[in-house]
Design a protein around this ligand. Structure first.
Ligand code: DQA
Length: 147
C-alpha cells in the first residue's frame, strides 16, 4: 500500500484563487491538491490534503500525521509567523517535514521574514506559487525514501 503524505494548509488558504491573486496567483486550493495528487501518484505516494483556519485543528492534524503519515508538508499561512504550538507539534514528529509558501516571504513585510515552523522542517520552499507544492512533494518523497 502507498505511504501517505499529509499536506496541511493554514488560515485563509481556502480563499486561494480570489485572495490577493497578485500575491498568491489564481490557482485554487483544489488546483493545488490536484497538482500534489498527480505528483505523489507518479512517485507512488498517497496524499491526505487538508485546510483549516483553526490553529488547534492544525495541531491535532500534525499529531495525527505523526503516527499515520510518512511525512508532512505544511503551509501554515499566517500561523507560520506566530505559532509556537504548531512548532511544538511539528518537533514531536519523527517523520520528515517540508515547509512551503506560495509567495517569497522574504520579499514581503518584515513580520513575514521569521518562521517558527522552519525550526522543525527539513527544508523550506517559497516563492514558486503552486509549483512549490509539487517541488515539496518531490523533496519529501526523496527524504522519506532516504530515511
Ligand atoms: C503564505 C505566506 C504567509 O505570510 C501568509 O500569511 C499566508 C500565505 C504563503 O503561502 O505565501 O497566508 O504562507
Amino acid at each position: 500500500m502507498a505511504k501517505t503524505i499529509y499536506i496541511l494548509n493554514g488560515p485563509n488558504l481556502n480563499l486561494l484563487g480570489t485572495r490577493e491573486p497578485e500575491v498568491y496567483g489564481t490557482e485554487t486550493l483544489a488546483d493545488l491538491e490536484a497538482r500534489c495528487v498527480r505528483k505523489a501518484d507518479a512517485l507512488d505516494f498517497a496524499v491526505d490534503f487538508r485546510q483549516s483556519n483553526a490553529e488547534g485543528e492544525l495541531v491535532d492534524w500534525i499529531q495525527e500525521a505523526r503516527t499515520k503519515g510518512a511525512g508532512l508538508i505544511v503551509n501554515a499561512g499566517a500561523y507560520t509567523h506566530t505559532s509556537i504550538a504548531m512548532l511544538d507539534a511539528l518537533q514531536a514528529c519523527d517523520v520528515p517535514i517540508v515547509e512551503v509558501h506560495l509567495s517569497n516571504i522574504f520579499r514581503r513585510e518584515p513580520f513575514r521574514h521569521h518562521s517558527y515552523i522552519s525550526g522543525a522542517a527539513k527544508g523550506v520552499i517559497c516563492g514558486f506559487g503552486g509549483l512549490g507544492y509539487e517541488l515539496a512533494v518531490e523533496a519529501l518523497a526523496s527524504a522519506i525514501s532516504a530515511a
